[in-house]
Design a protein around this ligand. Structure first.
Ligand SMILES: [Zn+2]
Ligand SMILES: [Zn+2]
Length: 47
């Protein structure tokens, strides 16, 4: 919670999206707008 606004996955970009599964704030490169989840959750959902 020390750096809100920064992507919680890579920490290198502004977090403009929130994962609908884990609630993580992530940037565009770590987010899948199609599924509405972060890339970490997406890997668990998709084959
Ligand atoms: Zn990121
Ligand atoms: Zn997630």
């Amino acid at each position: 919670m020390r750096s809100s606004g920064v992507c919680s996955l890579c920490g290198k970009e502004l977090a403009g999206f929130t994962c609908s599964l884990c609630g993580a704030s992530v940037g565009i490169s770590c987010y899948d707008p199609v599924n509405g989840v972060c890339i970490r959750c997406r890997r668990g959902r998709m084959p």
